[in-house]
Design a protein around this ligand. Structure first.
Ligand code: SAM
Length: 287
């Protein structure tokens, strides 16, 4: 049998550090794109384990293999809590995965996505067509700053999804009092704002700070979690913000019935399970 000598193996590996001493390391087939936009560096790598992967400023945004978890969970959880959604707004989300999931609900009459970086949308169309195909005819992609958009608009939305990068670079202003106050102003009385809130395992301190801010501004916050293999620690937090206390039960069991076969993570059991938090996560929220 031919002896495989590991020391002679020459491959590219990519590491995203999650802490100074740990991270995720993936073996790379090739670099498909490297572009510097006015906002960030965008890189697309083809990896052996997770397929194509999008990085912004060196951080994993999504991979072909596990993107479904994030996009299903940031979308179907709020919609199935309150299906009375006619108008939806996505801030960020340039890869179009969240837009793809929202497009599955024919009763949503209008979806606007405001993404600051056109390069992200262009790259997604070219390298991740599974994210950008089948978008609702009622959807509109606006290239612009989400902070400006919510400051200037007087349109009212039933669902606002903040699908942003972490609070550095162009996304810094998406975590401020001013931005959240404007989101609340343009949210209908029974509306919901949902955002991705980093890893409760690694980012407990920052989650505590901005969840307190969200509670003060909106009145009510409801956190939930999902397992996402390529994000730091794998455990990822989402928060639904509302003006009234939220009843998290499934409102209509038939709502996702028609396309449940098309989903790979979200289902009725996950819906109720995701709101059940481990003790160390409850402690972050003082519950
Ligand atoms: N799932 C992702 C993650 O890893 O957190 C988020 C993905 S999505 C690619 C995040 C998008 O937010 C990026 O395309 C980025 O350009 C966009 N973004 C950042 N700041 C923004 C702003 N101020 N207005 C609109 N979009 C913004």
């Amino acid at each position: 049998m031919e002896q495989f000598n590991k020391s002679q193996e020459t491959h590219l590996w990519y590491t995203e550090y999650h802490t100074p001493n740990s991270g995720i390391t993936l073996k790379v087939k090739e670099t498909l794109l490297r572009v510097k936009s006015p906002y960030q560096e965008l890189v697309i790598l083809d990896t052996y384990e997770y397929g194509k992967m999008m990085l912004l400023d060196g951080l994993v945004m999504l991979t072909e293999r596990d993107e479904f978890i994030y996009h299903e969970m940031i979308t179907h959880m709020p919609v199935n809590v309150n299906p009375n959604i006619k108008k939806a707004l996505i801030i960020g989300g340039g890869d179009c995965g969240t837009l793809r999931e929202l497009s599955k609900y024919p009763f949503i009459e209008n979806i606007k996505m405001v993404e600051i970086d056109e390069e992200v949308v262009k790259a997604s169309k070219k390298y991740f067509p599974q994210l950008t195909s089948g978008l609702s005819k009622n959807s509109e992609i606006i290239i612009g700053d989400g902070i400006d958009f919510v400051e200037k608009t007087n349109e009212i939305f039933d669902l606002i999804i903040i699908d942003s990068t972490d609070p550095i670079g162009p996304a810094e202003g998406l975590f401020t009092d001013a931005f959240y106050s404007n989101c609340r102003r343009i949210l209908s009385e029974n509306g919901m704002m949902v955002l991705q809130a980093e890893s409760p395992y690694f980012h407990a301190d920052s989650i505590k700070i901005f969840s307190d801010r969200l509670k003060r501004i909106f009145g009510f916050i409801t956190p939930y979690i999902a397992f996402i293999p390529t994000y730091p620690s794998g455990m990822w937090e989402f928060i639904i913000c509302t003006k009234k206390e939220l009843d998290t039960s499934l409102k209509s069991k038939s709502l996702i019935g028609d396309f449940e076969q098309m989903l790979k993570y979200y289902n009725h059991d996950v819906h109720s399970g995701a709101f059940k938090l481990p003790t160390f996560v409850k402690k972050i929220y003082g519950i």
